[in-house]
Design a protein. Structure first.
Length: 131
């Protein structure tokens, strides 16, 4: 097999130009950019809150509950997308055999009902109420 590097010269030239531009931009900002190091600029920044006090603060449980509920309902969508793609294919190109379509449909219905029951349970327990 004959391998010729001359066909890749434009790619190499482009790569050198991109890396050269990135390096020159970083060097130029360090050399000619204004530099005023003040106490406020050197202070750590975290999510718009001033870093005052101990970093090891206790968070209320409601934040964790909301995060877990978000993950549960987010993962639910990961299971629904493949089913939706497989269930609504054309008959000429089926991803799901016709014999399994009804069984898979009812399995998805049971899955969604389980999630709905969990949602109602969390709602009744007051997880969504902010105090």
């Amino acid at each position: 097999m004959d391998f010729d590097l001359s066909t890749y010269y434009p790619i190499f030239i482009y790569l050198v130009a991109v890396v050269g531009f990135a390096v020159s931009a970083i060097v130029a900002t360090q050399l000619i950019g204004p530099r005023k190091d003040t106490l406020v600029k050197l202070m750590p920044y975290e999510s718009g809150m001033d870093p005052v006090g101990d970093a090891r603060q206790h968070f209320d449980v409601k934040f964790y509950l909301i995060a877990i509920l978000f993950l549960v309902f987010d993962v639910e969508l990961l299971f629904l997308y493949p089913w939706a793609v497989a269930a609504y294919q054309t008959p000429e190109d089926p991803l799901l055999p016709a014999a399994l379509r009804a069984a898979v449909f009812w399995e998805v219905v049971v899955f969604l009902l389980t999630l709905a029951i969990a949602y109602v349970y969390a709602w009744r327990k007051g997880v969504f109420r902010w105090r």
